[in-house]
Design a protein around this ligand. Structure first.
Ligand code: HEM
Length: 206
């Protein structure tokens, strides 16, 4: 059908090559305001609206990514402890690979969090009490993850020297990440950060 229209169009304009017709057609559509960007954007929005109606309400993509570092860093800790208990090299290799996924996803979560920070709709008091604390805890989480990953890389997959400290630091990491994530969740569930269920801003109470 589309081919026929193009063929007829080609004959009509006097055997101009098909590619030229296509370029001309795009130029005409562009002139009346139908740009490829607009078409792709509108189609994309329609697809998201139909397939993932929850996603269209997001103010930013941070909430889509945050569960990955939490899962991978908990997983890496668990596998390193299992590798230590069962003295297993394959469990240690698995732990190391999960840690690599953990650092990649933590960097992505921090990047999207920093991007979300300025635009997210929260009152200055919530920003001060929860958002800033969340940010600090999560930056420390990333810093500690980088430190542990570099250590694990230098003595792949499971450092022998200082193993106790290595394992204890993983527990510290989980503690810091959990408290930080709890602050993030409080922003969302207590103060509607990034949501549109009720009006903003809600002042911090406790
Ligand atoms: C490892 C890094 C991080 C993790 C695991 C993390 C985790 C979380 C979690 C669990 C929530 C609650 C989301 C929900 O329940 O829907 C949240 C929300 C939020 N976080 Fe983070 N976060 C990280 C880094 C950051 C950083 C560095 C910032 C910068 C300030 C930040 C800013 C925010 C904001 C603004 C929200 C409110 C929801 C929204 O994005 O609209 N996060 N975060």
């Amino acid at each position: 059908m589309g081919g026929n229209v193009l063929n007829n169009f080609t004959i009509y304009v006097g055997c101009v090559p098909r590619t030229h017709c296509l370029v001309g057609l795009i130029a005409c559509l562009w002139a009346v305001g139908i740009t490829p960007y607009k078409v792709v954007r509108e189609k994309g929005e329609l697809m998201i609206e139909t397939l993932l109606p929850g996603v269209q309400h997001l103010q930013n993509i941070h909430p889509l990514l945050v569960h990955f570092p939490i899962a991978f860093l908990v997983g890496a800790t668990l596998f390193y402890f299992l590798a230590w208990i069962f003295r297993s090299n394959s469990l240690a290799t698995s732990a190391f690979l999960i840690l690599i996924l953990g650092i990649i996803s933590a960097a992505a979560a921090v990047g999207t969090g920093l991007y979300a920070e300025e635009g997210v709709m929260v009152s200055p008091s919530v920003r001060e009490h929860l958002l800033e604390t969340h940010e600090q805890f999560m930056l420390v989480t990333l810093g500690l993850t980088v430190f542990l990953t570099v250590w694990a890389l230098m003595a792949r997959p499971f450092p022998k020297k200082g193993r106790w400290l290595f394992l204890i630091l993983f527990l510290v990491l989980l503690g810091i990440m959990t408290v930080g994530a709890d602050n993030g969740a409080r922003m969302v569930y207590d103060y509607n950060a990034g949501g549109n269920a009720c009006s903003q801003p809600i002042e911090f109470t406790k």
